[in-house]
Design a protein around this ligand. Structure first.
Ligand code: NAD
Ligand code: NAI
Ligand code: ISE
Length: 344
């Protein structure tokens, strides 16, 4: 069986996912695309030589009976409307983060999905499929470092554009740690506080950069997470978990070690595309395989999207108030309790 994908949003990551589904993975095929920039949608069909219909908008694409799965890779603010419409039409959805830009928006998706009576949606939190994070989780779950006490993490991008603002350090960037860190330690968040250190000269008026988030969980684990999106030197993701019996750290991205000119050096990547390439491949292959073999996706759910949105709202509030802000989730519906997320 081949799953037929319709893609909404043919920008950077939309094209990356189209390329992997068409040329690298098995069991999926792109049959339809759309983008508010219709030229971009048409170009994408040409570049990847797709046998796909170009639709004027997401509604027309969702209505195509040849589309089994809607792949949502448009801008974050457009996600909710597309996901709700696709779920109401009974289609499977793979939605890039954020699921929706507000907790209320995520809840509307959760309600639409529960009404359909089966899981249809997976959110693009690919770190759960990254082999480094999977190894960290195994160590923690096997109790090899005892109870986790603290986490030190950093999310660094080399540079961002003028349209990237202070709140996006949370909604666009920290959102990956928000999803991955509570999943790593099997805990829920309780509060967050933000500190703005001295601002880098490489930032602009509307962006405070870097930022330091202190997030506490219900069991008292304290996580210190740096977001620094004009760090200049590369794309760098760090995570160290300090436990009662030992410490475990995310491996560095593998790169050759060079001895030259009296220096010992290894490369650092400069783009998320390369750092998480394997994770994206595993993530989408798992999405295809779960639906094909078990009838529903088994990755991060709409409820995970909701948890991330509630936490993200509290982080943005903490940016504005400078105070410790509470993170309060609604009770998890039994619908989302059935199975543990399967990873690699
Ligand atoms: P992008 O700006 O390159 O592409 C977005 C595309 O969506 C554009 O072509 C735009 O014209 C189109 N679009 C916007 N609104 C639309 C709508 N209503 N209908 C149809 N098309 C629409 O952005 P990007 O970097 O590809 O990011 C897209 C999404 O992917 C974002 O949600 C982003 O957070 C996410 N993303 C995730 C990762 C990750 O690591 N998981 C990495 C990059 C981007
Ligand atoms: P992008 O700006 O390159 O592409 C977005 C595309 O969506 C554009 O072509 C735009 O025209 C189109 N678009 C926007 N609204 C639309 C709508 N309503 N209908 C149809 N098309 C629409 O952005 P990028 O970097 O590809 O990001 C897209 C999404 O992917 C974002 O949600 C982003 O957060 C997420 N993302 C996730 C990453 C990850 O690591 N998981 C990495 C990069 C992006
Ligand atoms: C981008 O949208 C991503 O999701 C990347 O993983 C992240 O590193 C980057 O900061 C975001 O802009």
């Amino acid at each position: 069986m081949t799953l037929r994908f319709g893609v909404v949003g043919t920008g950077a990551i939309g094209r990356e996912h189209i390329d992997r589904i068409t040329n690298k993975l098995s069991g999926g095929k792109i049959v339809a695309v759309t983008d508010v920039n219709q030229e971009s949608a048409k170009q994408t069909v040409e570049i990847y030589q797709l046998d796909a219909v170009v639709y004027p908008d997401d509604k027309a694409l969702i209505a195509d009976e040849n589309v089994d799965v809607v792949l949502v890779t448009s801008w974050g603010p457009a996600h909710e409307a597309t996901v709700v419409a696709a779920v109401e039409a009974g289609k499977y959805v793979f939605c890039e983060k954020p699921l929706a830009t507000t907790a209320e928006g995520c809840m509307r998706i959760v309600e639409a999905e529960m009404k359909q009576g089966k899981k249809l949606v997976q959110v693009g939190f690919m770190r759960r499929y990254d082999s480094g994070y999977v190894q960290l989780k195994q160590v923690i779950d096997n109790n090899e470092i005892g109870a986790p006490l603290m986490i030190r993490a950093a999310h660094r991008n080399p540079i961002v554009g003028e349209n990237y603002t202070t709140d996006m350090a949370v909604t666009d960037t920290l959102i990956h740690e928000i999803d991955a860190l509570h999943w790593l330690v099997n805990d829920d968040y309780k509060s967050v506080q933000v500190v703005f250190p001295r601002k880098t000269k490489y930032s602009h008026d509307k962006l405070q950069d870097p930022q330091l988030f202190t997030i506490e969980t219900n069991s008292g684990i304290v996580m210190s997470v740096e977001v620094f999106v004009n760090c200049k030197y590369g794309y760098d993701i760090q995570c160290e978990v300090i436990g009662e019996e030992g410490i475990v750290k995310l491996p560095e991205f593998s790169s050759v070690v060079m001895r030259k000119d009296e220096k010992l050096s290894t490369g650092i990547l400069n783009d998320w595309k390369y750092r998480f390439m394997d994770a994206y491949n595993v993530e989408i292959q798992d999405f295809i395989d779960s639906i094909t073999k078990k009838g529903e996706p088994e990755g991060p759910t709409s409820w995970d999207g909701y948890i991330a949105a509630v936490t993200s709202d509290a982080c943005v509030k903490a940016q504005q108030t400078g105070e410790k802000e509470a993170i309060t989730l609604q009770e998890r519906p039994a619908f989302y309790n059935e199975k543990e997320l399967q990873t690699v």
